[in-house]
Design a protein around this ligand. Sequence first.
Ligand code: ADP
Ligand code: MG
Length: 322
Amino acid sequence: MLSEFDLIARYFTRPARNTERVALGVGDDCALLMPAAGMQLAISTDMLVEGRHFFPNADPAKLGHKCLAVNLSDLAAMGAKPLAFTLALSLPAADREWLAAFSQGMLRLADAHQCELIGGDTTKGPLNICITIFGEVPAGQALRRDGAQAGDDIWVSGTLGDARLALAGYRHETALDQASQEAASKRMHAPTPRVELGLALRGIAHSAIDISDGLVGDLGHILDRSRVGARLEADRLPAGTILARQEQDLRRRFTLAGGDDYELCFTASPARRDQVLAAAASCATTVTRVGRIERGSGLRIVDASGKPIDLQLASFDHFKSS
Ligand code: ADP
Ligand code: MG
């Protein structure tokens, strides 16, 4: 039987990689980080619960990737550079195969972003994965939700809606052939956190958020915090490649209020359009202009001719639905 300490040593302990910032990693009562002069620490926590955020029997390697990806996405949305993370893990059993795949999926993404696992907690219980991530950003340069200004363009990165389409396929709400289901599922299981884009948008974007609960709901947070309104052009929204083949109503619903996209929504002055495009090109990410921040409050969703569209869209809220 694998003990708690064997398990930590075997799957979650590695030699320090970033000794400049991480003075002490896994193994003591606390880890020690060394923030650089003039930098602020950006800190975020995300918890994933079996049956709520992922299916029971989810592929452990993909799960490991996704748990870290959603946390990296929060750093991306602030324009923060990843430094390190901690992992609090509740596990029903010390299953070696599961642990090997899970830790590999997670640590491969960690290495790609030079983000070091510096500690955590391990306990027996229902499968529950909680990561706290630490990043750094020059003081005053974080991309916050409260910085949008009337007149700003609204942009989104990448494409939206394929993750939600995959879920609809799994739930038999939408009929998808196997190839489409598999392709859309990739977006659901293996989101790409837009870390480089977040960094490239420092000093350019006025505000940003990552799209985890659907664009309308997440843009709504920017509007509330910035005390502004907005107009969104539904048919400019970049649909995922599989969703793009579906009919208009589904396309609109899932791009506007899909969820699990992990793209960035950000605002910037129209005078900065070229800089936004150059920033996106510098990290090989597409960005699309989808609307405009306006004075006042509320979100107006319009079609290509400017006519308001009335869709009953519910952004995801754990305590509203079911
Ligand atoms: P404590 O008694 O202080 O809670 P633990 O015995 O739980 O410490 O953990 C021992 C060390 O292993 C600590 O440095 C802790 O941060 C680390 N650790 C525990 N679980 C994990 C995990 N899942 N991933 C990475 N590090 C972990
Ligand atoms: Mg502990």
